[in-house]
Ligand binder design. Structure first.
Ligand SMILES: Nc1ncnc2c1ncn2[C@@H]1O[C@H](COP(=O)(O)OP(=O)(O)O)[C@@H](O)[C@H]1O
Ligand SMILES: [Mg+2]
Length: 385
């Protein structure tokens, strides 16, 4: 389980440490930084999948993703409400990190020195650290990367080089595969790769979920819902079957979902009052989208972490309580992070145990968590430069 997500200098997230619960609900007005926080988890996942640089490039590259405000916001600036440029003590670095039950991880990105790279807007990985347990100390560090040198510590506390020529654009997580000397790298990589993201599942007229699909064992719904029928057919053969049907009945009493076909599969819905079942191509956007959430959240292989961005999108208000209960149930098997605009959904989710509810706000252009003070801010130290 993840305990803390930390970020520094990513867009409006100048310096933030966010506690995570079994269920973490993030709300706040437009533009406060909810999606940016979601993107941080995404960027960590991209790192473990070797996609970090490409992913940042799609956002406009390093210069546009780095915090655009001053290095420090002084009391004077807060009083006058005006930011002032000062001479930076340190080059600006984008940093992401997290702690979990057994490992912590941090990555620090910066721009290459002028003239040093043919890709002057691409980030370089300046530092990457993995430590044991929750707290980063000199003794808990297991693997430490500085520029292109990766070192590992021994039980006696001595450091030795694992490699001295790691490319500056590549993460330890994708380049180091030494199960004997650095097993934590592989463990962490596989764990981060298992995180599951659902963001704007498509339910429009042309949505892939509306077309018949190849029938194959599918325990995890694709992020675009394109294998919905195969996924429901898979759920039918597992213990996830009853909870899945209960979730459908919760939202649409009297309705039954069925999958037809063998090589090509198609989900159909029997609705009360209809003389024939409706094919997925005929369903309303809201109904189809709810089916996708029910399939995604009833996965027979629940992941360690599931991240949902605005799951309420294009769902009718009447469906939000059922969606909330679906998320609550899933949060007993997986850790869940939900970004939502919907106060109704947030209200249903407030019933959860071991949940963290964060309302974001902005001060001087900087994202803050409402009510977070010294006591409620998780302890976090970045690896020293
Ligand atoms: N480089 C940057 N530095 C500081 N703030 C930024 C930067 N890039 C974008 N922002 C701010 O981040 C906000 C967008 O955050 P976003 O996560 O999309 O908000 P939300 O999802 O809560 O609506 C905008 O208000 C924008 O001003
Ligand atoms: Mg947003």
């Amino acid at each position: 389980m993840l305990h803390t997500l930390a970020v520094s200098n990513y867009r409006s997230l100048r310096e933030l440490a966010v506690p995570l619960g079994n269920l973490t609900v993030v709300t706040g007005a437009n533009g406060v930084g909810k999606s940016s926080l979601y993107r941080c988890l995404r960027l960590l996942s991209d790192t473990a999948n070797g996609q970090l640089v490409a992913s940042l490039a799609r956002e406009g590259g390093m210069p546009s993703t780095l915090w655009a405000g001053p290095e420090k916001i002084s009391a004077g600036m807060r009083q006058s409400g005006r930011a002032q440029g000062t001479v930076r003590k340190h080059p600006v670095r984008l940093r992401l990190g997290f702690t979990s039950d057994d490992f912590g991880y941090a990555i620090e990105l910066g721009l290459p020195p002028p003239g040093a790279s043919a890709f002057s807007l691409d980030p370089e990985i300046k530092r990457e650290s993995i430590w044991a347990g929750e707290k980063l100390t000199r003794h808990s560090l297991l693997t430490d990367r500085k520029r292109n040198i990766v070192q590992i510590s021994s039980d006696e506390g001595a450091w030795s080089d694992l490699t001295t020529n790691l490319p500056m654009f590549e993460s330890v997580l994708t380049r180091v595969a030494d199960p004997e000397r650095a097993p934590e790298v592989l463990t962490l990589r596989d764990r981060i790769r298992s995180w599951r993201f659902y963001d704007h599942m498509r339910a429009d007229r042309e949505a892939p979920a509306r077309r018949p699909q190849v029938g194959t064992w599918t325990p995890v719904l694709a992020h675009d819902g394109s294998d919905l029928a195969a996924c429901i057919a898979t759920i039918e053969t597992t213990d996830a079957r009853d909870p899945f049907h209960a979730a459908i009945a919760d939202a649409f009493p009297g309705t039954e979902v069925e999958v037809l076909g063998e090589t090509l599969m198609q989900a159909v819905v029997h609705q009360p009052g209809m003389l024939r079942p409706l094919k997925s191509a005929e369903l309303s956007e809201g109904t189809l989208r709810y089916l996708m959430w029910a399939a995604a959240l009833s996965s027979p292989y629940p992941p360690e972490l599931m991240v949902l961005n605005e799951p309420e999108a294009s769902l009718h208000r009447d469906l939000l309580p059922a969606l909330g209960r679906l998320i609550l149930r899933a949060s007993r098997q997986s850790q869940i992070w939900v970004v939502t605009h919907s106060t109704e959904l947030a209200a249903v989710l407030s019933d959860a145990q071991r949940a963290e509810h964060h309302v974001l706000t902005k001060e001087m252009g900087e994202t803050k968590i409402v009510g977070q003070d010294l006591l409620s801010t998780p302890a976090w130290t970045w690896p020293a430069r």
